[in-house]
Write a protein that binds this ligand. Structure first.
Ligand code: CO8
Length: 257
């Protein structure tokens, strides 16, 4: 059986995870989620990995949770599958994760993209939370992450309506970071990952932490966290190197220390 998630290394410091269930439009079954969680945990701990690209194929990023796998399940079984724990692991990768979205990003697929830090969407990508159409509601974070990304009224529009929205709408709402021609999605995501991979990793990691932790905190606590994180970086060699290189008008050499 083919690996449900393929790991590639398209550039220095960049890992690419490719969901590989084309026959099911990359529906997220338990196997795919477990592989994603394992890979993201390992990549998060691997010093050589500076940024991760998460993608699917031209037709589908991921068409949601695997409906066939859960259609007959009961409450306890759903609980025991532990999907909620896998979501937590997937969403807590400390390295920057860029979603490269072509085709469908529906239900859990849209939620998966929303666990990422940056979303690069192909022009014909289709996003949406169609769960209400099959008698449930989003269970992987959309009621919160979509609402926080685009605001209550747009989130309600799509979570209650269940119909998809296109990449341009996603961009205008603030869900997609960039929209590019379909054929350039992966290449653009890798280039951005490469750009980030060349920057000092401690600064990148703390910037990600400050944004995400800050979103859950009151403004004063979030600003204090930001200030402390920025101050902390003055103990890093990369801060000394970055500032010295600027003053000496040369390219910095970052080591991650
Ligand atoms: N699950 C399982 N199989 C799927 C899924 C899916 N989400 N999506 C597509 N497939 C399968 C199809 O069944 C089909 O299989 P087969 O060839 O065996 O019939 C194959 O993929 C190809 O699909 P289509 O023929 O439908 O391909 P199209 O290109 O015509 O359409 C679509 C693609 C639009 C993506 C369409 O397949 C579709 O609408 N899929 C379902 C989308 C959806 O409803 N997603 C949300 C699922 S629910 C969810 O994500 C959240 C669950 C929360 C759980 C909470 C737990 C507590």
């Amino acid at each position: 059986m083919a690996d449900p998630v393929l790991l590639e290394h398209p550039a220095d410091g960049v890992a690419l995870l490719r969901i590989n269930r084309p026959e099911a439009r990359n529906a997220l079954n338990l196997e795919v989620r477990k592989h994603l969680a394992r890979h993201l945990t390992e990549l998060g701990e691997n010093e050589a990995t500076r940024a991760v690209v998460l993608t699917g194929n031209q037709k589908s990023f991921a068409a949601g949770a695997d409906i066939k796998e859960m259609a007959d399940a009961g409450t306890i079984e759903m609980y025991q599958r532990g999907v909620h724990k896998l979501w937590r692991t997937i969403a807590s990768c400390p390295k920057p994760v860029i979603a490269a979205v072509n085709g469908f990003a529906l239900g859990g697929g849209c939620e998966l993209a929303m666990t990422c830090d940056i979303i690069i969407a192909g022009e014909t990508a289709k996003f949406g939370q169609p769960e209400v159409k099959i008698g449930i509601i989003p269970g992987g974070g959309a009621t919160q992450r979509l609402t926080r990304a685009v605001g209550k009224y747009k989130a309600m529009r799509y979570i209650l309506g269940g119909d998809p929205f296109n990449a341009r709408e996603a961009f205008e709402m603030g869900l997609a970071s960039e929209v590019v021609p379909d054929a350039e999605v992966e290449q653009r995501a890798i280039a951005l990952a490469q750009q980030i991979a060349e920057l000092p990793p401690l600064a990148i990691q703390l910037a990600k932490e400050a944004v995400l932790a800050g979103m859950e905190a009151p403004l004063s606590s979030a600003l204090a966290l930001e200030a402390k994180s920025a101050q902390m970086l003055f103990s890093s060699q990369d801060q000394k190197e970055g500032m010295r290189a600027f003053i000496e008008k040369r390219k910095p050499k970052f080591t991650g220390r």
